[in-house]
Write a protein that binds this ligand. Structure first.
Ligand code: SF4
Length: 897
C-alpha cells in the first residue's frame, strides 16, 4: 500500500494503480473523454491532466502510476487552464453544435466544456479533410466532424467486440476514423452491433433508430434482459414514457459487460408493431372473429374438457414457450399436470438442446453449462465444436475472441469455415455428422500417447475401461476417414488439448441436432473428463442455449419427464410433493409425449387437441408439410401468441399475450443465470400475461390458484418447490442475477458445477459411444447434404426481428450457401435463383456462393417462410430425446433454366 495526497485528501491506496483509478476510487472527479474502465487507455484526449508536486509539467492521470508520498492537484489554475485549451482545440477542430446534436445532454465534451466554462472555441481551425456524414449503414450514422479522435470506438471494435472494422486513417491533421480501408460504414465489414455508438462520448456515432425520439434528460433507464439468444445480455431500456427510444448494454453487468449484438441493441420495436394481437380470436367457418376473454376461455376449457372426458387426458398435449418468462412455462406445465391431469407437456428444447439436458445429466448429473461465459476470456484453450457463435450467440463469441487475444489457443471444428475459424490456431473442417468419430480419434491419441489426466479419471470418474476399449477402435486413420479431418491434424489437436489446460469445450446445435445428438453431447463430456477439464475455473462443457429462455423452460419442468427443478415425474416423492403444493390428487406419474410424437399422434387421432404457446411450429419443426398435415388433423388447436403466425392459422382459438417488456418475470440464460425481465409498458388492447391466461383456464377446471404475478409465482411456488432454486428470490435476482444451484438464503449461487471433481451424480460417467451416420446421407438422386442454422440478423421465423425497423434490410431474404467448387461445376452464379429439393419438399432460393462451404454441402436457415429450410429437413430424431436431425439431410440442387 502507498500513501498519497490528492487535493489535500490523505489517501491510502494499492500500489501500481494510476492516479485516475485512485482518484475515482476515492470519489475525486478527474474528467476524461477517452478512458474506459477495465480497458487499456488510449491516452488520446489528454483532458485528465493533473499537477504532481515535483514533476516537470502536468501529467496524464490515466497513464501515471501513483507512488508513495505523491502530492497531486486535480484542479489547480494551471490544470484548469490546460484543460480549457484542450477543450477549445477540440471544439475548434470540428462541428459541435449542441443545439441540433442527438448526443446533447449526454455528451461528455459538452459536459466538460460546461464545467470549465468554455462556451466557444478560442481558435479557428480550417479542416482540410472533406467529411460528409456517413449515412450508409442501416443502424448507425457517422459524423466525423463531431469526432474528437478519442479512439474509444476503435478500441471497443478491435479489442472488445473484436470486429476490427474501425481504425485511425490518414495522418497528421487529416487523421480520421475509417471503416476497413476507408469504406462507407454500410459497405464495410461492420456487423452493426453499435458498440462504438455506446462508447462514443460525443455525437459522432448515433443510433439511427433513436434520432429525434427523445433528448437524454427526458428518458429513464430500466434494466432488463435481452429477448433473443441464450447469452442473456443485460440491457438498459432508455424509456420516454412507454416508448423504448434506445437500448444500451449494462456496462459492468454480467454476463455481457456492457456489450450487445445487433439484435439485442436494435431488435426492440416489435412490441409496438401494429400487427400485434389485441383481442382473443375464435375461428368460425375458417375465419377468425374477435371474442371476449370469457367467451374464448370458456371455449378452450370446454373443448379440452370434452376431449379429456371422451378420449382421456393423454389425448391433449402442450408446447410451452422458451421465449417467454420462467413463470409462464411453470404455469403452463402446472395447467397440464394439475388441471388437465395430462403428462404431455414439452417445449422447443426438444428441437435444440434436449440432448444437452439428457446427455449431461447422464454424464455429470446436471443438465446445464458447467461454467460461465466470462471465463471464455481467461482460459488457456477453447475447443469450439458445432457452434457458429459469431452469428447465433454474438456476445459469447466476443469473449472467445478476447480469450484468443489474451493468449488462449482456439480450436474450431465445423463443416463451414465460420467467422471464428479466422481466429483459430486449428480449424478442422469436419464432415457433417461425424463428430463422434472425430472425438473418439482425439481420445484415442490422448490415451495411446498417455496424455490424459490419470489422476482425475481415477479419482472422479467411472467406466474408463469401457471408454478406452471403444476409442481404441478409432485410431486417427479411421477417425480421419470418417470425419474428413487429416490424421496429422487429429493428432495435433489432441496434443494441443493436452498441453493447454484448463480448457473449455463449447458447443451448440451442431452437436445436438443429430440422430446421435445425445451421444454427441456425452462424447464431448467424455473428452473433457479425460482431460480433467471439469470442476475447475475456465474449463468444463459449455453448451450455448438457443432461445433466450430455453434453459429456464427446462428448469421450470416444461418437459415430459421432469417437474420444476429437474425432479422426475416418475418419482413418487416428487409427485406427492407437487400434489400437496398444488392441492390436487392424481398427478400423472408417467413420462409424457414429446413434440414429434404429439404431432404424429394428431394424425393417428391418439392425440386430439394441441395447445401451442408462443412457438411457430409451422416453420421451426422439420418437414413443414408434415407439420401442417398434423395440425390440420387436430380436433382442436389453441395458440397463445403476440402475432398471427404461420402456426396460428391452424388454430381454432388464438389468445393475445403480453410480450417481452409487457410483464415482469425472469429469464435463465445458458450459464444458469436467472435475471429479471422488466415491464415497461402495458400489453396492447386486451392482451394478457400468459400466466394469467393459464390460470383462468385452470379456474374453469376447478383450480383456484392464488399467485397473481411473476414474483408471487416465483417466490411462493417455483423457489420453494425446486431444490436448485430454493435460495433464489426476486429480491436476490436484482442486478446481475444468480446462477443456480442456489439452495439457501445465504448461497450466492454457483458459477462452476462439479467443483473439484465432485459430480452431481457422484462420479463422472464415461460412455462408450460409436459413430453412427446421419439418418439420410447423399445418394445419386439427392447428392448434397443440407445443414441448417441461424443467421446474425434474424431470429428463427422472424416473428420478432421481422417487425423491427432495419433488421429486414440487413437480411432481406433467405439464401442457400453453396461451395464455390460446386457452383462452378454446376454453372451457378452468386445470387442466382436455384431449386433446392429433398424427399419432403422443394424451395426456390438465391444461391450464395462461398469458399467457406465445403463441396457437397448446402447450408440454409429458417428465417423466411417461402424458402424456409424446414420444407426440406428430415423428421428423423435422436433416439433418446427425439431431437430432429436438422443438421443433415440429403438434397439436390438445380439451376433454374
Ligand atoms: Fe441478445 Fe444474444 Fe445478442 Fe446478447 S448475444 S444481445 S442475448 S441476442
Amino acid at each position: 500500500m502507498i500513501t498519497l495526497k490528492i487535493d489535500s485528501k490523505e489517501i491510502v491506496a494499492e500500489e501500481g494503480l494510476t492516479i485516475l483509478q485512485i482518484a475515482k476510487e476515492n470519489g475525486i472527479h478527474i474528467p476524461t473523454l477517452c478512458h474506459m474502465d477495465g480497458i487499456h487507455d488510449t491516452h488520446s484526449c489528454r483532458i485528465c491532466v493533473v499537477e504532481v508536486e515535483g514533476a516537470k509539467g502536468l501529467v496524464l492521470a490515466c497513464e501515471s502510476k501513483a507512488v508513495n508520498n505523491m502530492v497531486i492537484r486535480t484542479a489547480s489554475e494551471e490544470v484548469l487552464k490546460t484543460r480549457r485549451t484542450i477543450i477549445s482545440l477540440m471544439l475548434a477542430n470540428g462541428e459541435h453544435n449542441c443545439l441540433c446534436c442527438e448526443a446533447s445532454g449526454e455528451c461528455s465534451l459538452q459536459s466538460i466544456a460546461f464545467d470549465l466554462g468554455v462556451s466557444k472555441p478560442a481558435f479557428n481551425i480550417e479542416r482540410t479533410v472533406k467529411e460528409e456524414v456517413d449515412d450508409s449503414s442501416v443502424m448507425i450514422t457517422r459524423d466525423n466532424k463531431r469526432c474528437i479522435l478519442c479512439k474509444k470506438c476503435v478500441t471497443v471494435c478491435k479489442d472488445i467486440v473484436c470486429n476490427d472494422v474501425l481504425s485511425l486513417g490518414f495522418r497528421g491533421s487529416d487523421t480520421t476514423i475509417i471503416c476497413d480501408d476507408d469504406k462507407p460504414m454500410g459497405e464495410s465489414s461492420c456487423v452493426q452491433c453499435g458498440q462504438c455508438v455506446q462508447v462514443c462520448p460525443v455525437g459522432a456515432l448515433i443510433n439511427k433508430k433513436s434520432i429525434g425520439k427523445a433528448q437524454s434528460w427526458q428518458t429513464t433507464k430500466v434494466r432488463t434482459t435481452c429477448p433473443y439468444c441464450g447469452v442473456g445480455c443485460q440491457q438498459y431500456l432508455h424509456m420516454k414514457g412507454d416508448k423504448i427510444v434506445k437500448v444500451t448494454g449494462v456496462e459492468d453487468g454480467f454476463p455481457n459487460k456492457g456489450r450487445l449484438c445487433v439484435k439485442g441493441r436494435y431488435g426492440y420495436d416489435f412490441i409496438y408493431s401494429k400487427e400485434r394481437l389485441t383481442s382473443p380470436l375464435i375461428k368460425e367457418n375458417g375465419v377468425f372473429r374477435e371474442a371476449s376473454w370469457d367467451e374464448a376461455l370458456d371455449l378452450v376449457a370446454s373443448k379440452f374438457k370434452g376431449i379429456i372426458e371422451k378420449y382421456g387426458s393423454d389425448a391433449v398435449g402442450g408446447i410451452s414457450c422458451a421465449r417467454s418468462i420462467n413463470e409462464d412455462s411453470y404455469q403452463m406445465q402446472k395447467l397440464f399436470r394439475a388441471a388437465f391431469k395430462s403428462r404431455n407437456i414439452d417445449h422447443c428444447a426438444r428441437v435444440c438442446h434436449g440432448p444437452t439436458v439428457a446427455g449431461l445429466i447422464n454424464s455429470f448429473g446436471t443438465g446445464g453449462m458447467t461454467n460461465s461465459i466470462g471465463e471464455f476470456a481467461n482460459t488457456q484453450l477453447l475447443f469450439c465444436i458445432g457452434t457458429n457463435m459469431s452469428e447465433a450467440h454474438p456476445i459469447a463469441a466476443t469473449f472467445v475472441k478476447n480469450g484468443v487475444n489474451n493468449g488462449a489457443k482456439l480450436i474450431v471444428v465445423d463443416p463451414r469455415k465460420i467467422n471464428l475459424a479466422d481466429y483459430a490456431d486449428e480449424f478442422a473442417q469436419i464432415k457433417v455428422g461425424s463428430d463422434i468419430a472425430f472425438l473418439n480419434g482425439l481420445m484415442n491419441v490422448l490415451i495411446t500417447e498417455d496424455l490424459y489426466d490419470k489422476e482425475f479419471v481415477q479419482d472422479h470418474c467411472e467406466n474408463f475401461d469401457v471408454l478406452k476399449e471403444k476409442v481404441l477402435e478409432y485410431p486417427p486413420k479411421r477417425a480421419s476417414e470418417i470425419s474428413g479431418v487429416s490424421e496429422e491434424q487429429i493428432i495435433k489437436i489432441a496434443r494441443m488439448l493436452a498441453n493447454n489446460k484448463p480448457g473449455m469445450a463449447l458447443y451448440t446445435l451442431g452437436i445436438t441436432e443429430h440422430t446421435c445428438g445425445t451421444n454427441n453431447v456425452m462424447s464431448v463430456a467424455n473428452l473433457q473428463m479425460l482431460l480433467g477439464n471439469i470442476g475447475k475455473e475456465n474449463a468444463g462443457v459449455n453448451p450455448l442455449r438457443g432461445q433466450n429462455n430455453v434453459q429456464g423452460a427446462c428448469d421450470m419442468g416444461a418437459l415430459p419427464n421432469l417437474y420444476p427443478g429437474y425432479q422426475k415425474v416418475t418419482d413418487s416423492a416428487s409427485k406427492a410433493k407437487f400434489e400437496k403444493a398444488w392441492d390436487v390428487e392424481g398427478l400423472p406419474d408417467q413420462v409424457g409425449k414429446m413434440i414429434p410424437d404429439m404431432l404424429k399422434e394428431l394424425k393417428t387421432k391418439e392425440m386430439r387437441a394441441l395447445y401451442v404457446f408462443g412457438e411457430n411450429i409451422v416453420g421451426t419443426e422439420p418437414d413443414i408439410s408434415h407439420v401442417i398435415s398434423c395440425l390440420e388433423a387436430a380436433d382442436f388447436v389453441v395458440c397463445n401468441d403476440i402475432f398471427q403466425t404461420e402456426t396460428t392459422q391452424y388454430a381454432d382459438v388464438v389468445l393475445p399475450a403480453a410480450a417481452w417488456s409487457e410483464d415482469e418475470g425472469t429469464f435463465t440464460n445458458c450459464e444458469r443465470r436467472v435475471s429479471m425481465v422488466r415491464k415497461v409498458k402495458d400489453a396492447p388492447g386486451l392482451a394478457k400475461p400468459n400466466w394469467w391466461i393459464f390460470r383462468e383456464i385452470a379456474r374453469r377446471f376447478g383450480c383456484d390458484w392464488d399467485s397473481n404475478s411473476g414474483q408471487e409465482l416465483w417466490d411462493n411456488e417455483i423457489s420453494p418447490l425446486s431444490p436448485p432454486f430454493k435460495g433464489l428470490t426476486y429480491k436476490k435476482i436484482e442486478g446481475d442475477g444468480i446462477q443456480w444451484p442456489c439452495t439457501t438464503e445465504e448461497d450466492p449461487g454457483t458459477q462452476i458445477l462439479h467443483v473439484d471433481g465432485n459430480f452431481t451424480r457422484g462420479r463422472g460417467q464415461f460412455m462408450a459411444l460409436d459413430w453412427t451416420p446421419p439418418a439420410e446421407v447423399p445418394d445419386e438422386e439427392y447428392p448434397f447434404t443440407l445443414s441448417t442454422g441461424r443467421r446474425l440478423y434474424h431470429y428463427h421465423t422472424r416473428t420478432q426481428t421481422g417487425r423491427c425497423e432495419g433488421l429486414n434490410e440487413l437480411l432481406p431474404e433467405e439464401y442457400a450457401d453453396i461451395s464455390d467448387i460446386d457452383a462452378q461445376r454446376m454453372g451457378i452464379d452468386h445470387n442466382e435463383m436455384i431449386i433446392v429439393k429433398s424427399r419432403r419438399g422443394v424451395v426456390k432460393v438465391k444461391a450464395r456462393v462461398s469458399e467457406r462451404i465445403q463441396p457437397g454441402l448446402v447450408w440454409m436457415a429458417m428465417h423466411y417462410f417461402e424458402n424456409n429450410a424446414n420444407w426440406l429437413t428430415n423428421t428423423a430424431c435422436d433416439t433418446i430425446t427425439k431431437t430432429p436431425e436438422y443438421k443433415a439431410c440429403a438434397v439436390a440442387i438445380e439451376k433454374i433454366v
